[in-house]
Ligand binder design. Sequence first.
Ligand code: ZN
Length: 375
Amino acid sequence: MISFTHYHPTRVIFRRGALKELGKLSEGLGKRALVVTGRSFAVKHGYVELIRRQLEEVGVHAVYFSNVEPNPTLSTAMRCAEAAEKASADFFVAFGGGSVLDAAKAANVVYTLGGSVEDYLYPKTVDRELHPLVAIPTTHGTGSEVTRYSVLVDEKTNMKVTVSGEALYPKIAVLDPEVLANLPREQSAATGLDALSHALEAYFSKRANPFSDMFALEASKLVARYLLCAVEGVLECREQMLYASLLAGYAINFTGTNIGHGLGYPLTTKYGLPHGLANAMILPGAAVFYEAYLPERARSYLEHLHLPGLLGGLRAFLTELKRQVGAPLTLRELGVKREELEHIVSEGLRYQRNLQNSPFDFREEHARRILELVY
Ligand code: ZN
């Protein structure tokens, strides 16, 4: 049985040098833009200036909010909304990794609709039209440029929370592979593994459908082929990874994420592990269960990646890829103590919004066993 709903309003421009078309692409969006960036990358590599010039050429005045930290908090999104208010922004330009894109998306909700970010958190959805947002990813992992999600940290509970809904889709996504030339090696590895976890979790999801499978399988194949050379800095490979992360973003719009994200979040909020590495920590353990519950699907996944009959299956594929890109392989290696595993289990189980998308009935024993497997 085939059943899905597809609505995707984002105009996607994918080509080298696309950032230099930002002015032209922004025509008609308004006269004042709030440009949202992280703290250093955009300044250090001259993108702040490039974006300002591009916008000025079409008569748009740019105001900057350059204070988004990795794993941004609700307060950061609120400060960004205040900056938009002060600037009387007609539209947003978000230039950065997933953190920047997600902070700008949530800020846009508050700036347009009022209130605070807490008023719009999952399970609520935001469907009313917002100000236009131009999303320009500078990493190859998030997929946020085409997703209807914004993931933030609630500093009161130290939990990852989400704002989601059709209104969250950016108006325009500008994917310029040349921007990735400046991506540090570690971020290439971490964000690439995030893209893989989106694709893998979309494929092994209760909510998967043939349409999302198409995106998830293709994204996975590209990551398997190009992540290593992308980490080594080859631009052609980073371009393929940017495409893979875009496809994986499309996939999770249908399926959400599940075990890698749910159990991975505590590794970020408690241990400060970058998001992509945190998911990738969990995935080899989750893979054992994906494979046990869905053996046929696991087989066709590996076949699609041209790894049929791989000894050790899905888990071996993930472990080997992680080893190649220098990602940590065990929690022990990260300094996590065995007696802390129970705490990670209970923290992870709080993410039912993710875990309920698992392709099997996810229970506490699964979480415990997965953490043992990756310890
Ligand atoms: Zn992710």
